[in-house]
Design a binder for this molecule. Structure first.
Ligand SMILES: Cc1cc2nc3c(=O)[nH]c(=O)nc-3n(C[C@H](O)[C@H](O)[C@H](O)COP(=O)(O)OP(=O)(O)OC[C@H]3O[C@@H](n4cnc5c(N)ncnc54)[C@H](O)[C@@H]3O)c2cc1C
Length: 399
């Protein structure tokens, strides 16, 4: 280990991946004055329709990193969460975020596309004094020398090598870093697929009483409605036996919308997305000087909107540990990072998102009635509703 002003190494911390998690880590580190170099394989930030929910805890971190106002300006503040039964169509429970108004400065969830938020995070990172962002740099491999790392990248101009103190893999679910480390990624893939249809429908008119975010239970075809600025995302369950090409034809997308909402005024389909979902957690989040975070470390089904959020929380936890290491503490702190965040992924995010998913598909009449009764009673009891929303907001430590 190189002694340089009490720091483990003068070399920068290398971050792989300019998704929401890598950019968050870069920003947290650079704002603490640590040198950072972030490498992204693609020439531009990802533009895919992916996560859109930012929970209160994440907004608190954005506040600490100086980007909250810019991100709030791009999203839609959602003040209530609704659960519906599809058949017979009825509102089961409504949770109002007002019950957590004294727990957080952001008592709401923000619906804002992930690719819009990353376009706020990247310039904020580039504006710091200690960070550099390299687009078009695909990590090929790296070497851990014990007292530092070197990494090789493919660029348009050939292969380049960079030295660093640590290498942080925020390179998504197919992580090159995780694969090179040979770390297992155990878990399951759901048989169902998620079919997202983005349109300019007014779902409040079509489902009277519907709020901006609704989870609609149904053992055959559950539905999730998410209102974002300028677009509503309606996500349908698509079973394994349905043909993908058939389902994605425009007339069949419209038939699915009609089957759920009934007659609609003319509307425009703006986007579609069909994806599989997984629940997986890496066997370890750290090996030597290489550390995993975000989707590289854990995946979960998106029904509670926790995947991206928990990755951003990994970034905050890791940045704090690296800051302390930079000030001279032993790098055993990284074992605390892996323990804390792996436990959280296993014991909280995976359990909660699986439970949310199971609620949506619950089949027997008895189980459905019990679920509805429990949710309805919880929602009208202020103490229980507060505990419920703190957990849904990933603020369970404040319960
Ligand atoms: C189709 C889809 C839909 C989703 N929908 C939802 C949703 O509705 N709700 C929800 O909560 N979550 C959803 N998710 C999950 C959510 O998008 C992720 O949890 C989130 O993107 C994780 O962020 P990340 O920064 O860890 O990884 P990513 O966003 O995947 O970013 C990883 C980055 O690393 C880069 N990279 C990869 N390999 C290399 C390399 N070798 N060298 C350099 N760079 C590299 C990639 O190009 C990418 O930019 C969805 C995911 C997908 C794929």
């Amino acid at each position: 280990m190189m002694a340089d002003e009490g720091r483990p190494s003068a070399a920068p911390i290398l971050i792989i991946g300019a998704g929401p998690v890598g950019l968050s880590l870069g920003l947290a580190l650079a704002r603490a004055g640590l040198p950072v170099e972030l490498f992204e394989a693609d020439a531009e930030l990802n533009n895919q329709i992916r996560a859109s929910t930012f929970h209160p805890k994440t907004l608190e971190l954005f506040q600490a990193w100086g980007v909250v106002e810019a991100i709030l300006a791009q999203g839609h503040k959602v003040d209530r969460l609704q659960y519906w039964e599809r058949e017979p169509r009825q509102l089961v429970a409504e949770f109002n975020y007002a019950v957590i108004a004294s727990d957080t400065p952001y008592p709401f969830r923000l619906q804002c596309p992930q690719h819009v938020a990353t376009r706020v995070l990247k310039p904020a990172l580039e504006a710091t004094a200690t960070a550099r962002v390299h687009m078009g740099h695909k990590l090929l491999d790296f070497t851990d020398h014990g007292d530092g790392v070197t990494a090789r990248f493919q660029t348009a101009d050939g292969i380049v090598t960079r030295a660093g103190s640590y290498l942080c893999g925020a390179d998504g679910s197919h992580s090159t870093v995780r694969k090179q480390l040979g770390i297992g990624f155990q878990g399951k893939t759901y048989a169902d697929r998620f079919l997202l249809i983005g349109s300019d429908l007014n779902t409040g008119d079509l489902l009277p009483g519907a709020g901006p975010v609704c989870y609609v239970f149904d053992p055959q075809e559950w539905v999730i409605i998410l209102n974002l600025p300028d677009i509503v995302r309606v996500v349908f369950r698509m079973t394994d036996d349905e043909d993908q090409e058939f389902a994605l034809r425009e007339e069949n997308l419209r038939a699915r919308i009609h089957n759920f909402f009934g007659e609609t005024p003319p509307y425009r389909i703006k986007t579609t997305q069909l994806y599989r979902v997984h629940q997986r957690v890496a066997d370890s989040f750290r090996m030597g000087r290489a550390i995993l975070l975000g989707d590289a470390a854990h995946n979960n089904n998106p029904s509670g909107g926790m995947g991206m959020n928990s990755g951003i929380h990994d970034a905050a936890n890791l940045a704090e540990k690296l800051r302390r290491i930079w000030q001279g503490e032993a790098d055993d702190l990284l074992d605390e990072y892996t323990h804390e965040r792996r436990c959280y992924a296993m014991e909280s995010v995976q359990l909660y998102s699986d439970q949310q998913y199971n609620h949506m598909v619950m089949a027997t009449e008895e189980a459905r009635l019990q679920r509805n009764k429990t949710l309805a009673e919880t929602a009208v009891n202020p103490a229980q509703a507060r505990a419920y929303l703190l957990r849904a907001s990933m603020l369970e430590e404040r319960i």
